[in-house]
Design a protein around this ligand. Structure first.
Ligand code: ATP
Length: 477
């Protein structure tokens, strides 16, 4: 569990206050807003990125469904993380643990104890407070509203479920509130099976569930979400801070290489007061959303806290045996924990632009464009036939599209080219290829680039090479 959450709910009000301070600091930038959440949610629904879950029944708060384009977008974001964190390294191995784990896992992790406080909510500002921390129960400590606090309620962040089909004998279990614990309890299995020794990492991407009291801001705060977590175990040999910094730099480079605007991203260093007592360092990666700064990822140096907690409760030895010193030791932990739904939302918001331009007839037009990196874009190449009713054009365009399909995510369409460009701009397709009458005689097609709107004529046979080069192959597919 990432740093600030692991301190338990006790820190909730301080986090809220901290968040407001940060928000105030960013008000100036927020007021020069490029895009509103209404624009993003409308586009997401219209083009099939994200839908409200169970919409036909009125929806269910805190849950979302990814449509045809959104499902691909999110998969691309996860693949980009996985590629950089696992595939491009020889010191990180893959993992995939179950969502439901032995309930004692959550005792050791602190979730069961930390998330059983009595809480009140302010009905006006929606902030949440520990009941026993309130000086005056008739007034909201944040917005000052009178009599706006709900009665205290037992608060349990974890979602309960039951194992066993018979109500009276079923045992209580929890849907995991984070993926990390699956890695910790398997630490020994993994390092033995993979023959790894610290420094090495274990990574997984998977669903987590939290009973958030106030889900909101679209997919930013939900009750079911996906996390990508890297747990990197290092020896206690004085190089741990250096390794922590190397991971911070790597994550920074990751956001930059996929085009997230550096001015809208910050790496907020937690003060010792903001960190749990056992943590040696902590960074919150934050993005400037239309409503202010919000956390995308937490990078933490967590010492031996997590493995110690499981060793103590399970009575099992999870330490590593060092062949050189012939001694057992508990490695230190560096954790990078990123929310994949928040990161997907970030890519969507960051890519969004409304742009004024002048069409070939000198008329002013406006277009909505998503400037996705080619690796992230759900569709990479759209192939059009200039006319719908000319079988020879349709056939040629379809065959070009099929040929490109093995290397790129493609889409075929036909009809009014201006409208087709507009539609592809709005879903962030970097390249459009048009097949016209000249294609039938000289074998060339028009390639139009999304960002510059430049068009050029190239041989259809050279498309694959051309598109690969133009897609910045350094980040791969
Ligand atoms: P927050 O303070 O926003 O509740 P957190 O500090 O509790 O977040 P962590 O426990 O650090 O979050 O989880 C790691 C990452 O998981 C977060 O940075 C975020 O991207 C993602 N995440 C956490 N809670 C949610 C949620 N309710 N909905 C979507 N993503 C989430």
């Amino acid at each position: 569990m990432p740093s600030r959450t692991r301190q338990g709910v006790a820190s909730a009000s301080r986090e809220i206050v901290g968040c407001l301070v940060k928000l105030a600091g960013s008000m100036e930038t927020v007021s020069e807003q490029r895009v509103t959440m209404d624009e993003i949610t409308a586009l997401a629904k219209r083009r099939g990125f994200i839908f409200q879950s169970s919409e036909i029944y009125g929806g269910i708060n805190g849950f979302w469904d990814y449509g045809p384009l959104g499902a691909v977008l999110k998969r691309n974001v996860k693949n980009a993380w996985w590629r950089d964190t696992v595939e491009l390294r020889d010191d990180v191995v893959a993992f995939d643990s179950s969502i439901i784990m032995h309930p004692l896992t959550w005792k050791a992790s602190g979730h069961i104890d930390a998330f059983h406080d009595r809480m009140v909510d302010c009905k006006v500002c929606k902030h949440r407070f520990r009941f026993d921390h309130l000086k005056d129960a008739s007034k909201c400590p944040d917005c000052g509203s009178k009599d706006a606090l709900t009665p205290p309620r037992n608060f349990n962040l974890m979602m309960k479920t039951f194992i066993g089909p018979m109500d009276d004998t079923a045992s209580i279990a929890y849907l995991r509130p984070e993926t990390a614990q699956g890695i910790f309890v398997n630490f020994k299995n993994v390092f033995q099976a993979a023959r790894k020794k610290p420094p090495f990492g274990i990574a997984q991407i998977g669903k987590s569930f939290r009973n958030e009291i106030t889900p909101g801001n679209f997919t930013f705060r939900t009750r079911e979400f996906e996390q990508a977590e890297l747990e990197y175990f290092v020896p206690d040999d004085g190089k741990d801070i250096e390794l922590f910094q190397a991971w911070v730099a790597r994550r920074k480079a990751w956001y930059a290489s996929y085009g997230i605007n550096a001015e809208r991203l910050r790496f907020y260093e937690l003060t010792p007061q903001e960190r749990p007592h056992y943590a040696k360092a902590g960074i919150d990666v934050e993005y400037l959303f239309p409503w202010g700064w919000g956390e995308l990822e937490s990078i933490a140096h967590r010492g031996t806290y997590d493995l110690d907690a499981h060793m103590e409760l399970s009575g099992k030895d999870l330490r590593f045996f060092d062949e050189v010193s012939k001694a057992h030791y508990t490695p230190l932990l560096i954790e990078c924990s990123a929310g994949m739904d928040r990161t997907t939302l970030t890519f969507l918001i960051d890519a969004y632009e409304r742009e004024k331009s002048v069409d070939p007839n000198g008329k002013e037009t406006e277009r909505t464009v998503l400037r996705f990196h080619p690796f992230i874009a759900p569709v990479q190449v759209a192939v059009f036939s200039l006319a719908r009713n000319k079988p020879e054009l349709v056939e040629r365009a379809r065959s070009i599209e099929t040929g490109l399909r093995t290397s790129f995510r493609t889409q075929y369409d036909e009809g009014n080219i201006g409208q087709l460009y507009r539609r592809q701009d709005e879903i962030g397709t970097p390249f459009c290829v048009t097949v016209d009458y000249d294609t039938l005689t000289d074998g060339t097609v028009t390639v139009r680039q999304r960002d510059s709107m430049q068009q050029e004529r190239i041989a259809a046979s050279a498309l694959d090479t051309y598109l690969r080069a133009a897609s910045e192959p350094s980040t791969g597919r």
